[in-house]
Design a protein around this ligand. Structure first.
Ligand code: BGC
Length: 752
């Protein structure tokens, strides 16, 4: 029987209702014992449970229950496998059921604006389409177990520097195209039960007070049905928060702010209806969990550990390989680097998990009975050169057929709470990698890091395998990939620039404690490097395999589309190598109409497909008008001009192998200001006004100082930027004719 929440709310006193709008303690909502409303518990997230039974904190300081650390988002995004991350969500949802958790605090979908953000390991991508699809699948997976999610951190929280107070200043177009769509896709495709608002301000207003963000965008535009909670302590003006659409303040005890809400209702500055609405939204979510509680759900840590290791093998990205990989186990192989015994597999802060076990590459090698030797060479936890270890490692590399160096960023290099000062690997590691590569041409580097690093030795080594922060099964996965038991199939969810200085946010990242200006606009990641034709070390979408694939034979279900239409784009993918493997098919769209200020191309579809040697499969991806559109601020909405669009398919942003073109027609019009400040060029570009202005120009031929009777490209180019009012100044039109012209233009424009 459905619960009558409205009736329940009617039975509550104002104080009881306001109390429900804030947490009780670090992880619980408040109870109303008189009415039988229990407390509900939530926990971090995102890649496993950080349930704190004892003392809570939001920085991962105190212990939590033993749980499984799944691969972190930087790794899972590289899988480009929505089905896989959906399954991970199901396992985590099941773990929540077993641990009586109503909500897991994740996924985290902030865009990787800079490689330096300390928290990038928790985020998916520099690309909003990929981040949104991964997030939606994860949410659907968790919520299929009747456990809520909290997609975070809403919004424009792309740095740790002054994250609790900083103002993120961005244009609406930048927000709508880059920083909001991952949330939008998740809301539209998966309805996360909750959204967590970020600490920072957005164009001057704290996220927690921001009605535009929490109500206009989230609910009115996207149709969000759950409730919004604060990030831990991200409340500003609690009463304004209620008005803006912030339902729950976390953590507790929030009694002082609860009392402010009571007072505001009593003095008439806040409507009680808004309080009732907030309570109803919160209870709807919490009772959905309670009413579907799976009593007796069990959480099998060992089984989940195995799955975490299997998933990590789908995530790791083979960046370089001259053929040395997969390793020939009969060769003399030396493992070098502290990460071989102590892999870095998760990041610091609120997502830090008390892992049930951790398998290193050395553990895995031992379990597999591999004959490898090991020299530490450098420590995994700090940048410290140990001369004796260094020499020992170089000597061992000389003796061996193959040297595998397990490298990466120590914990202190990247974490929630602060950003990285640069993109460097520890100097001791760079030095040893270089020295080993000099003595052994068969040097393989295995990386453990949460975001891009500079790799000055990349051209000198034989192979590079990027594990990212791969969860507690990372060693098993590395072993399987290195020896070819699994075929690498991850592709980069972010660009690796050569140098941090190349990154588009470089001049505006962590420069001002007050404010961060998103000056690069929509040119984030590959959108920037492509526009600038700037080479990168590894491009977005790049990832190698032990086999080879061909993507070709592109065809479309139609070659024209309108505002309401869709087009299916199909390609063939063939495994032309000798090993089974998985390919990531990526579809990009490119505006061919000379529309100013658009990226060269943007990801609008992808699929991961498994193929036996010699096997061929067709993959179909669907695009619609939104796939072609940019956010037109003048329209306050999405717009793609009528014209041609390139459809580009490949297996990396820099490896497109199948292209075609489609035509698009739209009924939408970008509003034009029909006054004397409009330019001749603007009128010529619009198909509705162009005939009117052309006619006028023909009529003017010979009149005034400008002669239009002969084609004159220079004059035409200058006229493009001439406002109508200047035609009067230059004696080409008088006021009467101008009025008449404007009247005709307006009439034509309104008719269309
Ligand atoms: C983090 C959130 C986290 C919360 C609770 C905050 O500091 O930003 O991501 O969910 O703490 O631990």
């Amino acid at each position: 029987m459905a619960r009558d929440l409205k009736k329940l709310i009617q039975e509550m006193t104002l104080e009881e209702k306001c109390a429900l709008l804030g947490g009780n303690d670090f992880w619980h909502t408040k109870a109303v014992e008189r009415l039988g409303i229990p407390q509900f518990m939530m926990s971090d997230g995102p890649h496993g449970l950080r349930k704190q039974d004892m003392e809570g904190d939001h920085l991962g300081v105190n212990d939590s229950i033993v749980a499984v650390c799944w691969p972190t988002a930087c790794a899972t995004a590289s899988s480009f496998d929505t089905e896989m991350i959906g399954r991970m969500g199901e396992y985590i949802g099941n773990e929540c059921q077993a641990e009586n958790l109503s909500i897991v605090l994740g996924p985290a979908v902030n865009i990787k604006r800079s490689p330096l953000c300390g928290r990038n390991f928790e985020y998916f991508s520099e690309d909003p389409y990929l981040a949104g699809e991964m997030a939606a699948s994860f949410i659907n997976g968790v919520q299929s177990k009747h456990v809520g999610t909290s997609i975070k951190h809403f919004a424009l929280n792309n740095q740790e520097y002054y994250r609790m107070s900083n103002n993120s200043a961005a244009s609406e177009r930048t927000m709508r195209e880059i920083y909001l769509p991952a949330f939008e896709t998740a809301v539209k495709k998966a309805q996360p039960k909750t959204v967590m608002c970020s600490y920072n301000r957005i164009n001057g207003t704290y996220a927690s007070d921001n009605e535009w963000l929490l109500t206009k965008v989230l609910r009115d535009d996207w149709g969000f049905e759950g409730f919004v909670m604060t990030d831990w302590g991200a409340v500003d003006d609690r009463v304004q928060g209620v008005r803006a659409g912030l339902e729950l303040e976390m953590p507790g005890d929030t009694s002082e702010n609860d009392a402010k809400i009571v007072e505001a209702v009593k003095n008439g500055s806040l409507s009680e209806e808004l309080v009732d609405r907030s309570v109803e939204r919160i209870l709807t979510v919490l009772y959905d969990y309670l009413d579907n509680k799976q009593d007796g759900a069990v959480f099998d840590r060992d089984a989940d550990h195995e799955k975490a290791a299997e998933m990590e093998a789908e995530c790791a990205v083979l960046l370089e390989n001259n053929g040395i990989l997969p390793l020939d186990g009969t060769k003399r192989i030396v493992y070098i680097g502290g990460f071989a015994e102590k892999p870095r597999y998760q990041g610091g802060g609120s997502s830090h998990i008390n892992s049930s076990k951790v398998v290193s590459a050395l553990d895995a090698a031992k379990a597999m009975g591999r004959d490898v030797t090991y020299v530490k060479g450098f420590p995994a936890d700090k940048d410290e050169l140990d001369e004796a270890e260094f020499t020992k490692a170089v000597e061992a590399a000389k003796e061996a057929d193959i040297a595998v160096i397990f490298a990466g960023l120590p914990d202190v290099f990247e974490s929630e709470g602060y950003d990285r000062p640069n993109m460097d690997m520890p100097a001791c590691q760079n030095k040893l990698i270089q020295a080993v590569a000099e003595v052994n041409p068969n040097t393989v580097v295995v990386l453990h890091n949460g975001s891009p690093v500079e790799t000055p030795w990349a051209d000198d080594v034989a192979a590079i395998l990027e594990m990212y922060l791969g969860g507690q099964g990372v060693g098993t996965a590395a072993d399987a990939l290195l020896y070819g038991l699994k075929n690498p199939s991850g592709h980069l969810a972010e660009s690796f620039p050569f140098r941090v200085q190349d990154n588009p946010s470089y001049l505006n990242f962590n420069t001002d404690p007050e404010q961060c200006v998103y000056a690069e606009g929509v040119y984030v990641g590959y959108r920037y490097y492509e526009k600038k034709e700037m080479p990168v070390r590894w491009a977005f979408g790049h990832g190698l395999s032990y086999t080879e694939f061909v993507i070709d034979n592109i065809r479309v279900s139609a070659d024209t589309m309108d505002d309401d239409g869709t087009i299916d784009v199909t390609v063939d993918v063939t495994n032309v190598g000798r090993t089974a493997g998985k390919e990531v098919v990526q579809l990009y769209v490119s505006d061919k109409n000379g529309t100013p200020d658009r990226p060269v191309k943007e990801l609008k579809g992808f699929a991961k497909v498994e193929l036996a040697p010699g096997e061929k499969k067709s993959v179909t991806l669907t695009i619609d008008a939104r796939s072609l559109s940019y956010f037109e601020e003048k329209l306050g909405g999405w717009f793609a001009p009528s014209g041609k669009y390139g459809i580009l398919v490949g297996d990396a942003s820099d490896h497109i192998t199948a292209c075609t073109e489609i035509s698009f027609t739209t009924k939408k019009q970008v509003p034009m200001r029909m006054d004397t400040s409009i330019t001749v060029g603007e009128l010529l570009m619009n198909p509705v006004t162009a005939p009117v202005i052309k006619k006028m120009m023909n009529e003017m031929a010979g009149a005034g100082p400008v002669d239009f009777s002969e084609p004159d490209p220079m004059m035409e180019a200058m006229m493009r930027f001439m406002p109508l009012k200047s035609l009067i100044s230059f004696g080409m039109l008088d006021h009467g004719k101008m009025e008449a012209l404007l009247a005709v233009l307006k009439a034509e424009y309104e008719k269309a």
